[in-house]
Design a protein around this ligand. Structure first.
Ligand code: ZN
Length: 282
């Protein structure tokens, strides 16, 4: 089995410090949390920006501050910026995180309901964003909330947007979308091309059980306070505690964990892309 890539979704758009004081929000807090999680065994970091009132933001200057701070304390990790819609619907703004040239960015290939909103990704927007990924060479993590989103991604590949194996993240258990069951995880993971890689983001209580299933199935895992605020024993989680939990489970079942460079090679990220982002953030 391939080594296990542990992704941490540190902050997200929704939770606040009122929900869990361990949530990293400022660029400084996010960077410190990245460092602690990297030391504990995580290699990939899914990053959202928040403004000074903790609200979701697509402000370039905040992303730049976050990246600069992360690079100072954890220069080797893979940074994946979010293109999610809670911070604004403007197409160009949503493409901003990709244009900053991180090694990866998230890319949702369809629309679905999420708590309080329609997570809207029209066919036209999806093609626009795929074009930005293609032009920049940033590796997309394709976020799958519903089955049809896999077909949409494969259709883009057929149209020539992506000429490399795709990497999928199955987001399961979000209210309004596919439930967080092992049956759904099995169904989705069997529905992607065999050269693809996949990870799972279980939402809420589904996080650790689905991560455990992925570890034994040969997939990868995404955990973190964006998706879930609690440990299995119902105590408040922190990103580091969640990484440590995954490390323990992986060790118990004999799955080795990937370093950032090993994760790059599993995901097919070009080594030359590692520090391109620094050229855009001065
Ligand atoms: Zn996110």
């Amino acid at each position: 089995m391939e080594k296990l890539i542990i992704t941490v979704a540190l902050t997200g758009n929704v939770p606040t410090k009122k929900n869990n004081a361990n949530l990293p929000v400022t660029p400084e807090e996010i960077a410190l949390d990245v460092k602690a999680c990297a030391d504990a065994g995580a290699s990939l970091f899914h990053v959202h920006a928040r403004d000074s009132e903790e609200k979701p933001s697509l402000d370039q200057s905040i992303f730049k501050k976050i990246v600069r701070n992360i690079k100072k304390v954890a220069p080797d990790v893979i940074i994946q910026l979010s293109t999610g819609a809670r911070a604004g619907k403007d197409w160009e703004n949503r493409a901003t995180p990709v244009r900053l040239l991180p090694e990866m960015a998230s890319f949702t290939t369809g629309s679905n309901n999420l708590p309080g909103i329609v997570y809207e990704n029209s066919p036209q927007f999806i093609e626009f964003l795929a074009g930005v990924f293609m032009a920049t060479g940033v590796k997309p993590e394709i976020e799958i909330f519903e089955t049809g989103m896999i077909n949409n991604a494969l259709h883009l590949k057929k149209k020539g947007f992506f000429d490399f194996p795709l990497h999928f993240d199955f987001v399961l258990g979000a209210p309004g979308s596919m439930p967080g069951t092992v049956k759904n995880l099995l169904f989705l993971s069997e529905g992607i091309p065999s050269d693809s890689t996949w990870t799972v983001a279980g939402i809420g209580r589904a996080e650790i059980p689905l991560a455990t299933a992925a570890i034994v199935m040969g997939g990868h895992v995404r955990i973190g306070l964006e998706d879930n605020l609690y440990m299995p024993d119902e105590s408040l989680a922190s990103n580091v505690k969640l990484v440590e939990k995954i490390m323990t489970i992986a060790k118990e079942v004999g799955r080795e964990v990937a370093s950032p460079d090993e994760a790059r090679s599993i995901l097919g990220i070009l080594p030359g892309n590692k520090n391109r982002i620094l050229e855009t953030i001065h």
